[in-house]
Design a protein around this ligand. Structure first.
Ligand code: PLP
Length: 427
């Protein structure tokens, strides 16, 4: 048994499933997860000291690569000045200004610690501001694990929300309506039926939690148009895409509409626990202490997290995005070529520099499409890559993440490993 397996056994005795977040447990690919001992640039190192090229990048935050010296230095400096104050700081103001200068639709910004909190707060604020109860979300879109947003069941036109997890009461999910993604007719129908009861539509700016399924042309603009027409709000969830697909996130790439509320996470905290809710000043002004919608957090705007976020945004210049975009395009073609050569049915889909590989022949536009793929082939592909020292996300439903630190050497290691993994997938 290797050190990772040893640790996994030990972990399972004290931590449910041995992990602090489910997908880390390798449940859908089997085997023991890599227990990371340290990480630097494009590499992570397992418990045995084995180095892997990392294509998870902490599920998004590590845009600059792991442990970027200037980000680490900023955190070190902040740590020396105190770990947590429970009081406002100048760095929070600077970070809010940095966010607003990149994303003008974020007129005011409230900091929280996780993406889950950001979307949960957005939902509460939308209900408080509109005086309505119903939230519309799309099947296959993930917005964190708050009760109202776990509902994901449903196909066809619109399905009354079913709890997406044990422990979510029917009441908590009853006001969530799930609509098929990229389905304008279904969305229209929901607004026809109950438009005056809808508080908000929440959508991933470009979904990447069912694999990468970009919005079809005009879909986000349609959400904007329908919500505006019916007095509902549009919540654009940029927790994953924000500051990763470009300096102003997906909104900056797509443009042409302005959401009421936007959620940020991941890159905005530079690898530390920090997320944010931004949006229209009149709406954010309804949050406590200014207004009646309550939201708070002991560690919100934590100085170490704020320092990491600020350093990351300052370093994330055009050259960083050009690099990540180029590496992403290279890897997309290399994976596609290797799988084609091995005769493995696949589609590579992208939204900006985010991409994922579906093990099926036809393009994926909906959650149902995404679920209809050969996940066993992915598991074989995944393990072959891991054996060759490449750490992919351990699920066929996750995006692959690159960073500014993925250099020629790291890319060569990945492309060298692909042919064998493609053959394993074909077996
Ligand atoms: N929203 C989106 C689009 C996400 O991808 C995630 C996490 O992956 C979240 C919200 C939840 O963020 P967190 O895991 O920080 O709670």
């Amino acid at each position: 048994m290797n050190a990772d397996q040893d640790l996994f056994e030990r972990a399972r005795k004290v931590i449910p499933g041995g992990v602090s977040s489910p997908v880390r447990a390798f449940g859908s690919v089997g085997g023991a997860p890599v227990f990371v001992s340290r990480a630097s640039g494009p590499y992570i190192v397992g418990a045995d000291g084995v180095e892997y090229v990392d294509l998870v990048c902490s599920w998004g935050p590590a845009l600059l690569g792991h442990a970027h010296p200037e980000v680490v230095e900023a955190v070190r400096g902040a740590a020396g000045r105190g770990l947590s104050f429970g009081a406002p700081t100048e760095a929070e103001v600077e970070l809010a200004e940095a966010i607003r200068s990149r994303v003008p639709a974020a007129e005011l910004v409230r900091f929280v610690s996780t993406g889950t909190e950001a979307t949960m707060t957005a939902v509460r604020l939308a209900r408080g501001a509109t005086g309505r109860d119903i939230i519309v979300k799309f099947a296959g879109c993930y917005h964190g694990h708050s009760d109202a947003l776990l509902a994901a069941a449903g196909s066809g036109v619109a399905t009354q929300g079913l709890p997406g997890s044990a422990g979510v009461t029917a009441a908590a999910a009853a006001d969530t309506i799930v609509v098929g993604y990229n389905d304008p007719t279904a969305l229209d129908a929901v607004f026809e039926r109950m438009g005056d009861r809808i508080a908000a539509v929440i959508t991933e700016a470009a979904p990447a939690n069912m694999g990468v399924v970009p919005p079809s042309a005009g879909f986000n603009a349609l959400i904007r148009e329908l919500t505006a027409r019916h007095g509902a709000l549009m919540i654009l969830d940029e927790v994953l895409t924000g500051f990763r697909v470009g300096p102003a996130g997906w909104l900056g790439l797509e443009g042409g509409y302005r959401p009421d509320l936007i959620t940020f996470g991941k890159v905005v905290g530079g690898g530390m626990p920090l997320a944010a809710l931004g949006g229209r000043a009149d709406l954010l002004g309804m949050l406590a202490p200014l207004g009646p919608v309550y939201q708070a957090g002991t560690l919100s705007g934590n100085p170490l997290a704020t320092a990491a976020g600020l350093a990351t945004l300052r370093l994330a210049d055009d050259a960083v995005y050009e690099h990540v975009n180029r590496r992403s395009a290279e890897l997309q073609s290399a994976v596609g070529e290797a799988l084609s050569r091995a005769g493995v049915p696949h589609v590579v889909q992208n939204a900006g520099n985010l991409f994922s590989v579906f093990f099926r022949a036809e393009p994926v536009r909906t959650y149902d499409d995404a679920k209809d793929q050969d996940t066993a082939a992915f598991a074989r592909f995944f393990h072959s890559m891991l054996d060759s020292g490449i750490a992919l996300p351990p699920s066929a439903f996750e995006a692959w993440f690159l960073s500014a630190a993925h250099d020629d050497r790291a890319m060569a290691r990945i492309t060298d490993a692909l042919p064998q993994a493609a053959r394993a997938a074909a077996d």
